[in-house]
Design a protein around this ligand. Structure first.
Ligand code: M6R
Length: 364
């Protein structure tokens, strides 16, 4: 059942090219996005003034990444909320807005309660769900299924990757219908999205280096992940993967926030992972890396091929293929998933069933 892999998590990490391919294939037909299966019409996108994304855990991190893409590409203001906060804060939802609930299981108690609250307030809900027929799928007004297939490991990997695709598709479709991008850009974005499965595969093919690095850092006490913009969203997910299955204390920080407090924790030998996939922010994050290095941090840099000057600062560098910068999350997350996985294996932990955690959190 593990298909020759030692753990479900490793199997599911390797299933990502197919999961991403299947999710794109479900909604992109003959060079155009076809949302007929979801119930979302062009009119809904045309009139859309605001999007509220609500989710928990990794799905929340997808929402943060999705916000950058939707705001910047489609020009739609997006708010992202943790479901457990949203449901208790009496949120003010503006007219002509869409509430998007992201959930792999479709059974997460807080996400389901958030969905019900939005509906009570008279707002339509789009569920981005992996498990067919789950509670969130049944109660949503519109449903965009992700096609990751069954995910067994508690730590999500392939479902997360397909949820990202859902965000890209929504952003590209909204951008097109709202006239924010022309036909050429639309076609270019969809073509680039189509290359993600093979680029994810290429990233997976480099896994030995990550395995080596992970075994070297398996005894780390604290790890910091830093990035800006989309790279901050990737950092949050990389950090969660690490703490969830390897039990190493880790934090994700918006790189610019470091000097507002956290940098005081940086001391000799501490591992800092810098994520730098966005060219406009590269120099900024690099300068934050220089700052932590001068305080003794050991630096891993994660960037795209071509940015070789990162080696002047980082002690260990990992490269992922270039793609449209809106889509790099799909590639940059892979080495971080692998890192969490291999640290957990090196420590002899129960990778697929980490302590105190359940695959689906059906109580609040
Ligand atoms: O089933 P859901 O997507 O609603 O689950 C949300 C979180 O519980 C989930 O993403 C959790 O954070 C993962 N175990 C992280 O790997």
């Amino acid at each position: 059942e593990k298909g020759g892999y030692e753990h479900f998590m490793l199997k599911e990490i390797h299933e990502q090219p197919k999961a991403v391919q299947d999710t794109i294939g479900a909604y992109v037909h003959e060079g155009a996005i076809d949302f007929s299966e979801t119930g979302l019409s062009d009119e809904i996108f045309a009139g859309l003034k605001r999007v509220y994304i609500v989710a928990c855990g990794s799905a929340y991190h997808v929402g943060i990444a999705g916000r950058y893409v939707m705001e910047s590409l489609a020009g739609i203001p997006v708010e992202v909320d943790l479901a457990s906060e949203f449901r208790y804060r009496d949120p003010i939802l503006e007219p002509d807005s869409l509430v998007v609930v992201i959930s792999q299981s479709g059974e997460t108690a807080d996400s389901l309660a958030a969905l019900r609250l939005a509906k009570e307030k008279g707002h339509p809900v789009l569920g981005v769900v992996n498990v067919v027929g789950s509670s969130i799928a049944r109660e949503s007004d519109y449903i965009l299924y992700t096609y990751a297939g069954p995910e067994i490991s508690v730590a999500t990997t392939k479902a997360y990757s397909t949820q990202l695709i859902a965000m890209y598709l929504l952003a590209v479709q909204a951008a097109k219908i709202k006239g924010k991008i022309d036909d050429e850009r639309y076609a270019g974005l969809l073509a680039e999205m189509g290359t993600l499965p093979e680029k994810i595969q290429k990233t997976l093919d480099d896994k030995e280096r990550i395995q080596w690095f992970a075994s070297k850092y398996a005894n780390a006490k604290d790890i910091f992940f830093i990035g800006r913009g989309i790279d901050y969203a990737i950092s949050m997910e990389g950090s969660l993967k690490m703490k969830e299955i390897s039990y190493i204390h880790s934090e994700a920080y918006a790189a610019g926030e470091l000097k507002h407090g956290t940098i005081s924790l940086v001391e000799d030998g501490i591992l800092v992972v810098g994520v730098l996939t966005q060219s406009a922010l590269f120099e900024k994050t690099l300068s934050n890396m220089v700052e932590v290095k001068s305080r003794g941090a050991y630096l891993m840099g994660l960037t795209t091929y071509g940015n070789y000057n990162i080696e002047d600062t980082a002690d260990f560098s990992v490269y992922v293929p270039k793609t449209d910068e809106y889509f790099t999350t799909s590639l940059a997350i892979v080495p971080l998933q692998l890192m969490g996985y291999y640290v957990s294996v090196a420590k002899g932990l129960d990778v697929d069933k980490p302590r105190n955690l359940a695959k689906s959190v059906t109580v609040e």
